[in-house]
Design a protein around this ligand. Structure first.
Ligand code: AMP
Length: 289
């Protein structure tokens, strides 16, 4: 029975059929809140579960390391997996259902449909990780169909992902409200991420530079700098001073369209993707001048 129940209170479901049956029964008059994740859960995920708990009658968390959103040379095989720790954390957060389908369940033999994301999925992350957002959108659409939540919770940590998902929901008419929760950070500012566990202690030190650079960018804007090239230079200079850090992109974009901004006149998002040794980290900050 370990497969079906963990300490009576939380259901562990692995099949689509069971997940659908649960949602069908539970949905009548009740709000289902959904938190999709790839596991190796941390405080960032936990904040989404808490937001869901506050707003919904029932909370479903999924853990699925989605092969479709990883490129051929990315870390799919070594992505951290910690079922026991994750289940315990979900139980502590009073999650009702932990949905953990296998890759074969989600993508059975012959699966041949993908969601194509337009320009907003082709810039920034999409430019360096081709097909990434198609993989994300496809799996999120599938999960929405299976779990049938009224509200789904995503982290601002993956800013572009929130824009892509909001657009997906709008364009394909999903009856799901998307709630974006603030980025949870370590005390020194590093955004929490499952990938932080790849960092050596020296790299962990160096990784603080991402948030420092974002803060520097914000500071420059708040001091009155309106030329986004100057703001970007201030951020990149700081990162370049940190030897194991290598910038993949540093961008200043419009929060909804993700179009590059040259003159800062309204709210912008500062976005960074930086390699620290062999680990790729992303972070962002929404700034209102
Ligand atoms: P992941 O397991 O990395 O796919 O993340 C699952 C969800 O948790 C996504 O909506 C992420 O944006 C969100 N998330 C990851 N890290 C954080 C964080 N540090 N703060 C807030 N949300 C986060």
């Amino acid at each position: 029975m370990v497969d079906c129940y963990i300490k009576r209170t939380m259901r562990l479901i692995k099949t689509i059929k069971q997940m659908r049956q649960w949602a069908e029964r539970r949905r009548r008059g009740k709000t289902i809140g959904f938190v999709p994740t790839m596991g190796a859960l941390h405080e960032g995920h936990r904040s989404l579960m808490r937001a869901a708990r506050r707003r919904c009658d029932a909370v479903v968390v999924s853990i699925f390391v989605n092969p479709a959103q990883f490129g051929p040379n990315e870390d799919y095989a070594r992505y951290p997996r910690d079922l026991k720790g994750d289940a315990a954390l979900c139980r502590r957060e009073k999650v009702d259902v932990l949905f953990m389908p296998t890759a074969e369940t989600v993508y059975p033999e012959g699966h041949d449909t993908k969601i194509l994301v337009g320009r907003i999925g082709e810039v920034l992350e999409g430019a360096v990780r081709p097909g990434h957002f198609s993989g994300v959108a496809t799996v999120v659409a599938k999960l929405f169909q299976i779990v049938r939540p009224q509200i789904a919770f995503f982290g601002q940590k993956d800013y572009q992902q929130t824009v892509v998902i909001k657009r997906l929901v709008r364009d394909l008419n999903f009856p799901v409200k998307i709630v974006v929760c603030p980025t949870v950070r370590e005390k020194d500012g590093l955004a929490m991420s499952s990938r932080n566990r790849y960092l050596s202690s020296e790299e962990r030190n160096a990784s603080r530079v991402l948030f420092k650079a974002l803060q520097k960018g914000r500071e420059r804007i708040q001091e009155g700098e309106r030329d986004s090239a100057a703001v970007r230079d201030a951020m990149t200079l700081l990162i370049q001073e940190q030897p194991p850090a290598r910038i993949e992109y540093a961008a200043i974009v419009h929060p909804d369209t993700l179009m590059e901004v040259t003159q800062i006149e309204g709210p912008v998002v500062l976005l960074l993707a930086v390699w620290i040794g062999k680990t790729r980290l992303i972070d962002n900050l929404l700034v209102k001048p």
